[in-house]
Design a protein around this ligand. Sequence first.
Ligand SMILES: NC(=O)c1ccc[n+]([C@@H]2O[C@H](COP(=O)([O-])OP(=O)(O)OC[C@H]3O[C@@H](n4cnc5c(N)ncnc54)[C@H](OP(=O)(O)O)[C@@H]3O)[C@@H](O)[C@H]2O)c1
Length: 308
Amino acid sequence: MKSIQKMVLHGGTGQIGKAIINYYRNKVQEIIVFTRGVSRNENNVHFLNWNGKSLNQYKDLLEDTDVIINLVGKNVNCRYTEANKKEIFDSRTDSIIALSEVFQKLNNPPKIWIQSASATIYRHSEDKPMTEINSEIGEGFSVEVCKKWEATFNSETIQFPTLRKVILRTSIVMSKNDGAFPRLKTMTKYGLGGKQGNGLQMVSWIHDEDVIGIIDFIIQNDSINGVINCTAPTPLTNIDFMKSLRKSMGIKIGLPASKLLLEIGALFIGTETELILKSRWVIPERLNKLGYQFKYPTIEKAFKNLTN
Ligand SMILES: NC(=O)c1ccc[n+]([C@@H]2O[C@H](COP(=O)([O-])OP(=O)(O)OC[C@H]3O[C@@H](n4cnc5c(N)ncnc54)[C@H](OP(=O)(O)O)[C@@H]3O)[C@@H](O)[C@H]2O)c1
């Protein structure tokens, strides 16, 4: 078991970052979290304010980092106005460039850089699954974001001879109290947990404990680099996904939401229907081949845990 002394989380105050901190805070010596919020210490977790552009002032603190996990990104759960679109792009690329700039000044740059990315990079697919090798990249705004995000990470400016770089193409992360799941649970509780749109779109999802499990698996396995589909092995249709949620909550009625109704609702709550209606059929082929054992391989198992 590889021991980690220093872990750096860039954008570690969100849904995934909080889960990572909870898991690692007693396992590593020091966690540094960069945030636009106030600097503060919580035992061995040090939150440090950054201005969204440069991390140069923290150069000395970043020496000898074992693992850096970059989670920065304006949440895509918003209307795609021009201003939001710019922030969605810029937050992702600026954070990579800022890390890269400061790492180039270090005597001992990090050994592993895990970069968050999204399974949305693949095309809308109802006809076949997408793996890391056999897949087709989609088109449209969110795909362009993913392409630029990964291209920035892969660019020449951040090649260090000792650095292992991994891109996590992550599907919808299911957490008990954060992200998409609590909203789905509330809707279902009030009888609105039916199919969304025609319900035939595939839902790729992952339990947050498996996101952590996969990060740990990557840290422990020196041979892993490049793109990893960070998603459970059993995607399913939206109809079956919602059916399974209703069952696990003991709710009999689930009114469906038509595309039109979703479009009106999205306008009111300030989001985009693409997040629900795009068919994401993504398989974690590399993790399966590498032997990662999912703690929650099926939605039934995940919902049983999340609804309790
Ligand atoms: N959760 C999911 O279902 C999911 C699925 C696929 C991919 N991902 C990706 O995984 C990463 C982490 O996800 P998450 O759900 O934990 O995200 P999150 O809860 O939205 O948190 C992302 C972090 O990014 C920072 N941030 C937000 N807007 C920013 C901006 N304009 N400039 C600089 N920093 C900004 C925030 O840190 P501060 O406010 O502390 O500065 C925040 O803690 C994101 O890149 C996301 O796109 C998430």
